[in-house]
Design a protein around this ligand. Structure first.
Ligand code: CP
Ligand code: NVA
Length: 310
């Protein structure tokens, strides 16, 4: 049965769920992943449709949501700015009203978080953030699940963020506040994280380091992202210069814990934000991380539409 409006949840930022809901989702993801690997059929979303709206490019987000929805018996509609009326200035509110009368779930990748929130405010069905300028919660959902798979509970651990104070960095800060770990952040000056953008109440969940080596020291996980995010392409030359010392290399990994993991949401640029021997080396779990997008998002869609199972 479809949840009524009072029960409807969106997933617009990481802090939309509590730690206890994440504990459920991570355990459920473990089960769903294992069943899928065993070729067990599971079609709880038969006759349900996911609309995916992309205003920016994507490989992983598109494939993971689309494959995941089909695996659960549902279907998918894929829209972009260029091939829908969104590109011809139809208001986002009207688009939300119309689409949400026809589908059961909407995933959007767009620019401003405010635009996603306007869509959600006019949607009859749950809306998922597939990346905005401010946040990328589905990616951090996969990243934390990947950490748990490899190393167990993330509570009390240290995650080193090296690079841009961007959507990924801000989502890590939210996750740290919700799940109880610490982020060591090192960014070039002018590219810092902003607790107001991150929307965190307690700034003790992160520490800022001028030198990326200091951020990595003793970390359980070292992670980074592109120097130039989508939508900021005009700044890429300036950023290339500003970020030159923020390349995660073997020296940085050497000061982290000996069992530290390396993650990157991808796409990656070897020789820029990460050295090839790190991303392709034994501490890197980037391929598990990418695969896990699909497993955690299947569970997210199941949770938003059907609530807790079992
Ligand atoms: N990590 C991530 O969201 O990848 P895509 O941009 O390919 O979807
Ligand atoms: N920070 C990057 C993440 C890409 C998945 C961007 O927004 O382009």
């Amino acid at each position: 049965m479809k949840p009524g409006p009072s029960l409807m949840k969106h997933y617009l930022q990481f802090k939309d769920f509590r730690a206890e809901e994440y504990a459920y989702l991570f355990e459920r993801a473990r089960i769903i992943k294992q069943r899928f690997k065993n070729y067990e059929k599971y079609h709880p979303l038969a006759d349900r449709t996911l609309a995916m709206i992309f205003e920016k490019a994507s490989t992983r987000t598109r494939v993971s949501f689309e494959a995941g929805m089909y695996q659960m018996g549902g279907s998918v509609v894929h829209l972009t700015t260029g091939d829908s009326q969104l590109g011809r200035a139809e208001p986002i509110e009207d688009t939300a009203r119309v689409i949400s009368r026809m589908v059961d779930l909407v995933m959007i990748r767009t620019y401003e978080q405010a635009k996603l929130e306007r869509f959600a405010a006019h949607s009859r069905v749950p809306v998922i953030n597939g990346l905005t300028n401010e946040f990328h919660p589905c990616q951090i959902l996969a990243d934390v699940f990947t950490f748990i798979e490899h190393r167990g509970d993330i509570r009390g651990k240290v995650v080193a963020w090296v690079g841009d104070g961007n959507n990924m960095a801000h989502t890590w800060l939210q996750a740290a506040e919700v799940l109880g770990f610490t982020v060591h952040v090192s960014t070039p000056s002018g590219y810092e994280v902003d607790p107001r953008v991150a929307g965190i109440r307690d700034t003790s969940c992160f520490r800022v380091f001028k030198d990326p080596m200091d951020a990595c020291r003793g970390a359980h996980l070292v992670t980074t992202d592109v120097w130039t995010s989508m939508g900021f392409e005009a700044e890429s030359e300036t950023r290339r210069k500003a970020f030159a010392d923020w390349c995660v290399d073997a020296e940085m990994m050497a000061v982290a814990r000996p069992d530290a993991l390396f993650m990157h949401c991808l796409p990656a640029h070897r020789g820029e934000e990460v050295a090839a021997d790190v991303i392709d080396g034994p501490q890197s779990v980037v391929w598990d991380e990418a695969e896990n997008r699909m497993h955690v998002q299947k569970v997210l869609m199941e949770y938003l539409l059907l609530g807790r199972i079992g």
